[in-house]
Design a protein around this ligand. Structure first.
Ligand code: MSP
Length: 668
């Protein structure tokens, strides 16, 4: 068993949590959960940074005092994380008495060793950044972050002899290639260290700023906010004597975005060196989430708040999207359109579809019980199992080196291979032949095992989904209690144990709206589909994701030209030829017929065609069915597919193959 300690930045309490904060915290959460899955002993720290000018200003603007203000905003962060399923062990506040004690101990220690001295400094100071700027750092005479001219300020202050540790730091970074990673940020720090390092001003006179930690050796001063904040990473471990410090400090990984590279890549390691303990193991630096308008900015109203999105798309879809979309280290654009696409393609289609068809077939062919491996493995089976083993091995390698998107890609390649395997093997055909019973058992068992392994592998990213999947497979475990070695092991499902079908894991967002459209071509609404409210119900019109706006537009003008889609996107639609076995009117509905359609397996489908076709004429007809559409309820009747039709003026014409074909054949 190894140990693992991950931290997020402690966030300033001058703004509410937004998607940038959520991303770093979810990344740290994924790492923490992954290490737990590997059986490691872990510690995960987050919290809030509460001292300094910025906070005093924000409190003034909010018409309150710093203490009440920080209590309130810190509370917002603290309440947000459980709602994003963050598994942190400790939430630190820099106003905690224990933190204050450790900061003062640290300062005294460095002061005693001679690395803090008193001096006068005159320079250009940016209030927003809470630091002095050199002329060279300014852009057109303004602070590059705040676009404001700094003010000239002269102050007698305490300084930390940072310059003394410059050579040591260069040497340490050069001899530890993954100290700061990815490499681009390591290079950035090294480039910065090519210039002589200045000493760091670490105090503020109390008369100017009282909201800070008093220096233990001069009560007229408080500590510079960065010197105070960085120490949180050890004060939370009861530095210097705590057991936690001994156990977890040697394995610490800080996770931040590129905006705070300098304090973490330069101030902090030199501070640590001066205090006389070993530096952190890794500094993991990621890029920025931007919106189409550029950097997220509160004043421009382009901040994306995680808690606005979660109720609409679901927590796990949100977590998955962030981790799958961003290449760790690079910037990414956030758009709801992209989120909707990933939700539909990766979650509803690949994962959700594989899972529900596996469980539906187990219910149908084996009475919902896990079958044995009834026949020896074929080559296709072995290929698929090898695929799972390779994906698991890649996953275990990629996550510790921050390749989150790659780990997910590997899992999704497996899911897609498994969906192809189902299409290729055609369990519904095996089911027709009693001589193939053993083969059918093996096929379904492989699929069940694969779903189980996939659930375990996704558990750090999507803990709720993993729990739901495993629960229905008869493994009612909490995500944090899973262990890769035991729970993902191949072949361990219990033969004969029950599995349950259930509601789909990820309702499609876009297509569900289209399904309403099919029933409501014109006129009265019959019934909204079951499940979560459609996106447009949850948001006001101006905020709707573009994908849904598109669908709505096509409701108003059905002939309007739609955007081009890729062939791959088209392939995601599972079109099948079906034979209508039974048809009947749905009581109290003018428009709806309930059809039983054979597509290799029987499907109940509700179609809005009653005004054009009688039940009698429908029986025996071949139709084309969208077979992987999210199930919906219409007038209380479940529909598992959509029959395709063409509207021509007042007429409606069903689509069918030009001559009869075997039911279940795929339309391409
Ligand atoms: N209080 C300091 C950190 C002290 S740590 C000892 C601070 N706080 S902050 O509230 O401004 O948080 C900055 C961090 O928030 C970034 O490093 C990153 O983790 C996260 N993000 C804020 N905006 C972001 C994006 N737009 N994109 C990605 N992450 C960003 O700095």
């Amino acid at each position: 068993m190894e140990r693992f300690y991950v931290s997020t930045p402690i966030y300033y309490v001058n703004a509410e949590p937004h998607i940038g904060h959520a991303y770093t915290t979810i990344v740290a959460d994924v790492m923490n959960r992954f290490h737990k899955l590997m059986g490691d002993e872990t510690f995960f720290l987050t919290g809030t940074d509460e001292h300094g000018d910025k906070i005093v200003q924000a409190a003034q603007e909010a018409g309150t005092d710093p203490k009440s203000y920080t209590d309130r905003i810190s509370g917002l962060f603290r309440d947000t994380w459980p709602r994003l399923n963050i598994s942190h062990d400790h939430f630190i506040r820099t106003t905690d008495p224990e933190h204050i004690r450790v900061v003062q101990y640290f300062l005294q220690k460095v002061h005693d060793s001679g690395d803090i001295y008193f001096s006068t400094y005159k320079g250009l100071y940016c209030v927003g950044c809470e630091r002095f700027y050199t002329e060279k750092e300014l852009v057109d005479g303004k602070c590059p972050d705040h676009d404001k001219e700094p003010v000239e300020r002269e102050e007698a202050n305490y300084f930390f002899r940072m310059s003394k540790y410059q050579d040591w730091l260069i040497q340490h970074i050069e001899s530890h290639p993954d100290f700061i990673r990815p490499e681009r940020y390591r290079n950035e720090v090294l480039a910065f260290l090519r210039e002589p390092l200045e000493d760091l001003c670490i105090s503020r006179p109390k008369e100017r700023l009282s909201w800070g930690i008093p220096l233990p050796f001069d009560e007229k001063y408080v500590t510079y906010v960065w010197f105070d904040a960085l120490i949180n990473y050890v004060s939370a471990l009861q530095y210097p004597d705590g057991e936690r410090f001994r156990e977890f400090w040697p394995v610490v990984q800080h996770t931040i975005a590129k905006d705070i590279l300098k304090p973490h890549g330069i101030y902090w390691p030199t501070m640590i060196r001066a205090a006389g303990f070993a530096p952190y193991r890794h500094l993991n630096v990621h890029g920025y989430w931007k919106t189409s308008e550029g950097k997220m900015s509160k004043s421009r109203g382009t901040v994306v708040r995680p808690l606005d999105l979660v109720p609409i798309y679901g927590l796990d879809a949100f977590r998955y999207f962030l981790l799958r979309e961003m290449v760790f280290g690079l910037d990414s654009n956030f758009s709801e359109d992209a989120l909707v696409q990933r939700l539909n393609a990766d979650l509803a289609n690949d994962l959700g579809n594989l899972y529900s068809r596996t469980l539906a077939m187990t219910a149908k062919y084996f009475d919902g019980k896990v079958p044995p491996f009834g026949a020896p493995l074929d080559e296709v089976d072995k290929d698929l199992i090898r695929h799972v083993e390779e994906a698991t091995a890649h996953y275990v390698e990629e996550i510790p080196r921050l390749g989150f998107h790659k780990a997910l890609m590997k899992i999704w390649e497996c899911l897609s291979a498994a969906n192809k395997y189902v299409d290729h093997v055609g369990p519904w055909n095996l089911a027709k032949d009693p001589g193939q019973h053993g083969r059918l058992q093996t096929v379904l068992r492989i699929l069940l095992e694969l779903n189980k392994t996939a659930a375990v592998l996704i558990s750090p990213f999507m803990p709720e989904t993993a729990e739901k999947m495993l629960d229905r497979l008869g493994i009612p475990k909490k995500a944090l209690d899973l262990r890769l070695e035991d729970d993902a092991a191949w072949g361990t499902l219990k033969e004969g144990s029950p599995v349950q079908k259930g509601e789909s894991l990820f309702p499609r967002v876009e297509l569900r709206v289209q399904q309403v459209e099919q029933v409501e071509l014109k006129g009265r609404k019959e019934e909204k589909p079951a499940g979560k409210p459609a996106v447009q119900q949850a948001r006001d019109a101006s905020q709707q994701p573009a994908a849904d706006k598109r669908v709505e537009k096509s409701q108003e003008k059905p002939e309007e030209k739609l955007e081009n889609i890729s062939f791959d996107a088209f392939k995601q639609v599972d079109l099948r030829v079906g034979l209508v076995k039974q048809a009947e009117k749905i009581p109290k509905s003018k428009k709806l017929l309930r059809l039983t359609v054979d597509i290799g397996e029987e499907r109940q489908v509700v179609a809005g065609i009653a005004e054009y076709y009688t039940p009698e004429e429908m029986v025996g007809k071949q139709v084309v069915l969208v077979a992987n559409l999210q199930p919906a309820k219409l007038m209380g009747v479940e529909s598992h597919g959509m029959v395709l039709a063409v509207r021509d003026g007042d007429a409606l014409c069903l689509l069918a193959p030009e001559k009869p074909v075997t039911p279940g054949r795929r339309v391409s």
